[in-house]
Design a binder for this molecule. Structure first.
Ligand code: C5P
Length: 221
Protein backbone atom coordinates (compact mmCIF):
# COMPACT_ATOMS: atom_id res chain seq x y z
CA UNK A 1 0.00 0.00 0.00
CA UNK A 2 1.03 3.62 -0.57
CA UNK A 3 2.75 5.23 2.42
CA UNK A 4 0.59 7.58 4.52
CA UNK A 5 0.98 11.31 3.85
CA UNK A 6 0.52 14.29 6.16
CA UNK A 7 0.14 17.38 3.95
CA UNK A 8 1.05 20.70 5.57
CA UNK A 9 0.23 23.77 3.49
CA UNK A 10 0.21 27.46 4.23
CA UNK A 11 1.65 30.84 3.28
CA UNK A 12 5.31 31.81 3.67
CA UNK A 13 6.28 32.50 7.26
CA UNK A 14 3.48 30.41 8.73
CA UNK A 15 6.16 28.25 10.34
CA UNK A 16 5.50 25.33 8.00
CA UNK A 17 9.16 24.40 7.54
CA UNK A 18 10.05 24.29 11.22
CA UNK A 19 6.80 22.56 12.20
CA UNK A 20 6.90 20.02 9.36
CA UNK A 21 10.50 19.03 10.07
CA UNK A 22 9.78 18.64 13.78
CA UNK A 23 6.65 16.57 13.14
CA UNK A 24 8.51 14.36 10.62
CA UNK A 25 11.27 13.87 13.20
CA UNK A 26 8.79 12.91 15.92
CA UNK A 27 7.01 10.44 13.66
CA UNK A 28 10.24 9.11 12.11
CA UNK A 29 8.86 9.89 8.66
CA UNK A 30 10.35 11.32 5.48
CA UNK A 31 10.11 15.06 4.87
CA UNK A 32 9.48 16.90 1.60
CA UNK A 33 10.34 20.60 1.45
CA UNK A 34 8.57 21.31 -1.85
CA UNK A 35 9.39 25.03 -1.69
CA UNK A 36 13.09 24.08 -1.91
CA UNK A 37 12.42 22.55 -5.34
CA UNK A 38 10.92 25.80 -6.65
CA UNK A 39 13.65 27.82 -4.95
CA UNK A 40 16.27 25.43 -6.36
CA UNK A 41 15.08 26.04 -9.91
CA UNK A 42 15.08 29.78 -9.16
CA UNK A 43 18.68 29.66 -7.92
CA UNK A 44 19.79 27.55 -10.89
CA UNK A 45 18.08 30.01 -13.24
CA UNK A 46 20.09 32.81 -11.61
CA UNK A 47 23.36 30.87 -12.02
CA UNK A 48 22.57 30.39 -15.70
CA UNK A 49 21.46 34.00 -16.33
CA UNK A 50 18.00 32.84 -17.36
CA UNK A 51 15.41 35.58 -17.66
CA UNK A 52 12.53 35.07 -15.18
CA UNK A 53 10.22 36.33 -17.95
CA UNK A 54 11.26 33.47 -20.32
CA UNK A 55 8.98 30.52 -19.47
CA UNK A 56 10.42 28.15 -22.09
CA UNK A 57 13.95 28.61 -20.75
CA UNK A 58 12.70 28.15 -17.19
CA UNK A 59 10.97 24.90 -18.11
CA UNK A 60 14.24 23.64 -19.68
CA UNK A 61 16.09 24.75 -16.57
CA UNK A 62 13.65 22.75 -14.40
CA UNK A 63 14.39 19.55 -16.34
CA UNK A 64 18.16 20.22 -16.27
CA UNK A 65 18.41 20.97 -12.55
CA UNK A 66 19.13 18.18 -10.07
CA UNK A 67 18.02 18.97 -6.53
CA UNK A 68 19.01 16.65 -3.68
CA UNK A 69 18.61 16.78 0.09
CA UNK A 70 21.26 15.59 2.55
CA UNK A 71 20.16 15.14 6.13
CA UNK A 72 22.39 16.57 8.81
CA UNK A 73 21.89 15.05 12.25
CA UNK A 74 20.35 17.74 14.45
CA UNK A 75 20.49 20.47 11.79
CA UNK A 76 18.56 21.70 8.82
CA UNK A 77 19.03 19.40 5.84
CA UNK A 78 21.48 20.66 3.21
CA UNK A 79 20.19 21.24 -0.28
CA UNK A 80 22.43 20.42 -3.24
CA UNK A 81 21.73 21.97 -6.62
CA UNK A 82 23.58 20.10 -9.38
CA UNK A 83 25.83 18.75 -6.58
CA UNK A 84 26.65 22.22 -5.20
CA UNK A 85 25.58 23.00 -1.62
CA UNK A 86 23.21 25.96 -2.09
CA UNK A 87 21.40 25.78 1.27
CA UNK A 88 22.13 29.37 2.28
CA UNK A 89 21.46 30.91 -1.12
CA UNK A 90 18.15 29.04 -1.23
CA UNK A 91 16.81 30.87 1.82
CA UNK A 92 17.39 34.40 0.47
CA UNK A 93 14.50 36.69 -0.49
CA UNK A 94 15.87 36.74 -4.04
CA UNK A 95 15.49 32.96 -4.28
CA UNK A 96 12.01 33.16 -2.74
CA UNK A 97 10.87 35.79 -5.20
CA UNK A 98 12.34 33.81 -8.15
CA UNK A 99 10.62 30.66 -6.85
CA UNK A 100 7.30 32.45 -6.65
CA UNK A 101 7.62 33.69 -10.26
CA UNK A 102 8.69 30.25 -11.52
CA UNK A 103 5.95 28.52 -9.56
CA UNK A 104 3.33 30.33 -11.63
CA UNK A 105 4.40 28.44 -14.80
CA UNK A 106 2.16 25.38 -15.30
CA UNK A 107 4.83 23.33 -17.15
CA UNK A 108 7.27 23.88 -14.29
CA UNK A 109 4.69 22.68 -11.77
CA UNK A 110 3.91 19.55 -13.77
CA UNK A 111 7.62 18.84 -14.32
CA UNK A 112 8.09 18.84 -10.53
CA UNK A 113 5.02 16.71 -9.79
CA UNK A 114 6.61 13.27 -10.07
CA UNK A 115 9.73 14.41 -8.26
CA UNK A 116 7.56 15.40 -5.31
CA UNK A 117 5.53 12.20 -5.37
CA UNK A 118 8.75 10.14 -5.28
CA UNK A 119 9.21 11.27 -1.67
CA UNK A 120 6.18 9.21 -0.64
CA UNK A 121 7.91 6.25 1.00
CA UNK A 122 7.30 4.04 4.00
CA UNK A 123 6.80 4.52 6.86
CA UNK A 124 5.25 7.89 5.88
CA UNK A 125 5.79 11.38 4.50
CA UNK A 126 5.30 14.87 5.87
CA UNK A 127 4.89 17.08 2.79
CA UNK A 128 5.35 20.84 3.24
CA UNK A 129 4.20 23.37 0.64
CA UNK A 130 1.33 25.28 -0.96
CA UNK A 131 -0.54 22.56 -2.87
CA UNK A 132 0.40 19.36 -1.05
CA UNK A 133 -3.18 18.60 0.04
CA UNK A 134 -4.86 19.98 -3.09
CA UNK A 135 -2.73 18.88 -6.07
CA UNK A 136 0.29 16.73 -5.25
CA UNK A 137 -1.20 14.43 -2.60
CA UNK A 138 -4.98 14.94 -2.83
CA UNK A 139 -5.36 11.53 -1.18
CA UNK A 140 -3.23 12.50 1.84
CA UNK A 141 -4.63 10.89 4.97
CA UNK A 142 -4.24 14.12 6.97
CA UNK A 143 -4.22 17.72 5.73
CA UNK A 144 -3.25 20.70 7.81
CA UNK A 145 -3.39 24.35 6.74
CA UNK A 146 -1.17 26.58 8.87
CA UNK A 147 -1.81 30.30 9.00
CA UNK A 148 -0.57 33.30 10.98
CA UNK A 149 -1.25 37.00 10.62
CA UNK A 150 0.95 38.75 8.03
CA UNK A 151 2.37 40.95 10.82
CA UNK A 152 3.43 37.93 12.85
CA UNK A 153 4.93 36.23 9.81
CA UNK A 154 6.92 39.36 8.96
CA UNK A 155 8.08 39.56 12.57
CA UNK A 156 9.27 35.92 12.58
CA UNK A 157 11.14 36.41 9.33
CA UNK A 158 12.66 39.65 10.67
CA UNK A 159 14.04 37.90 13.76
CA UNK A 160 15.35 35.02 11.64
CA UNK A 161 17.19 37.32 9.23
CA UNK A 162 18.50 39.71 11.87
CA UNK A 163 19.78 36.64 13.75
CA UNK A 164 21.73 35.71 10.63
CA UNK A 165 23.17 39.22 10.38
CA UNK A 166 21.10 40.15 7.31
CA UNK A 167 20.04 43.81 7.27
CA UNK A 168 16.29 44.16 6.61
CA UNK A 169 13.38 46.27 7.81
CA UNK A 170 10.15 44.96 9.30
CA UNK A 171 8.06 47.19 7.02
CA UNK A 172 9.92 45.97 3.94
CA UNK A 173 9.41 42.32 4.92
CA UNK A 174 5.70 42.89 5.58
CA UNK A 175 5.35 44.42 2.11
CA UNK A 176 7.15 41.44 0.52
CA UNK A 177 5.02 38.94 2.42
CA UNK A 178 1.77 40.63 1.40
CA UNK A 179 2.93 40.78 -2.24
CA UNK A 180 3.96 37.11 -2.23
CA UNK A 181 0.68 36.07 -0.54
CA UNK A 182 -1.28 37.88 -3.24
CA UNK A 183 0.80 36.32 -6.03
CA UNK A 184 0.50 32.79 -4.59
CA UNK A 185 -3.23 33.11 -3.88
CA UNK A 186 -4.22 34.69 -7.19
CA UNK A 187 -2.22 32.69 -9.72
CA UNK A 188 -4.32 30.57 -12.09
CA UNK A 189 -2.40 27.31 -11.44
CA UNK A 190 -2.43 25.70 -8.00
CA UNK A 191 -3.32 28.90 -6.10
CA UNK A 192 -2.67 28.78 -2.38
CA UNK A 193 -5.89 27.71 -0.70
CA UNK A 194 -6.77 25.21 2.01
CA UNK A 195 -8.06 21.82 0.84
CA UNK A 196 -11.74 21.40 1.70
CA UNK A 197 -10.82 18.65 4.14
CA UNK A 198 -7.86 20.46 5.75
CA UNK A 199 -7.66 21.16 9.48
CA UNK A 200 -6.82 24.87 9.87
CA UNK A 201 -4.43 25.86 12.61
CA UNK A 202 -3.81 29.57 13.29
CA UNK A 203 -0.32 29.86 14.77
CA UNK A 204 -0.51 33.59 15.61
CA UNK A 205 0.84 33.90 19.15
CA UNK A 206 1.28 30.12 19.50
CA UNK A 207 4.74 28.67 20.25
CA UNK A 208 6.44 26.05 18.06
CA UNK A 209 6.08 23.18 20.57
CA UNK A 210 2.36 23.82 20.92
CA UNK A 211 1.82 23.90 17.15
CA UNK A 212 3.82 20.66 16.78
CA UNK A 213 1.65 19.08 19.48
CA UNK A 214 -1.54 20.18 17.71
CA UNK A 215 -0.37 18.78 14.38
CA UNK A 216 0.68 15.49 16.00
CA UNK A 217 -2.76 15.32 17.61
CA UNK A 218 -4.32 15.51 14.13
CA UNK A 219 -2.25 12.48 13.04
CA UNK A 220 -2.60 10.47 16.21
CA UNK A 221 -6.28 11.26 16.56
O1 C5P B 1 7.77 27.57 1.00
P1 C5P B 1 8.75 28.48 0.35
O2 C5P B 1 8.73 29.88 0.86
O3 C5P B 1 10.14 27.89 0.33
O4 C5P B 1 8.30 28.54 -1.19
C1 C5P B 1 8.84 29.48 -2.08
C2 C5P B 1 7.84 29.78 -3.20
O5 C5P B 1 7.65 28.61 -3.99
C3 C5P B 1 6.43 30.15 -2.71
O6 C5P B 1 6.27 31.54 -2.56
C4 C5P B 1 5.52 29.63 -3.80
O7 C5P B 1 5.34 30.58 -4.82
C5 C5P B 1 6.31 28.47 -4.39
N1 C5P B 1 5.80 27.17 -3.98
C6 C5P B 1 4.73 26.64 -4.66
N2 C5P B 1 4.25 25.39 -4.36
C7 C5P B 1 4.82 24.68 -3.37
C8 C5P B 1 5.89 25.21 -2.63
C9 C5P B 1 6.36 26.47 -2.95
O8 C5P B 1 4.18 27.27 -5.54
N3 C5P B 1 4.36 23.47 -3.11
Amino acid sequence: PAAPVLAIDGPSGSGKGTISRAVAGQLGWHYLDSGALYRGVGVAAGWNDIDLADPAALVRCTFDTRIAFRDLPGGEPRVLINDVDATDELRTETAGAAASAIAAIPEVRSALKDRQRAFRQQPGLVADGRDMGTVIFPDARWKVFLTASAEERADRRYKQLIGKGVSVTLAGLLREILARDARDANRPVAPLRPADDAVRIDTTGVGIDEVVARVLAVVRG
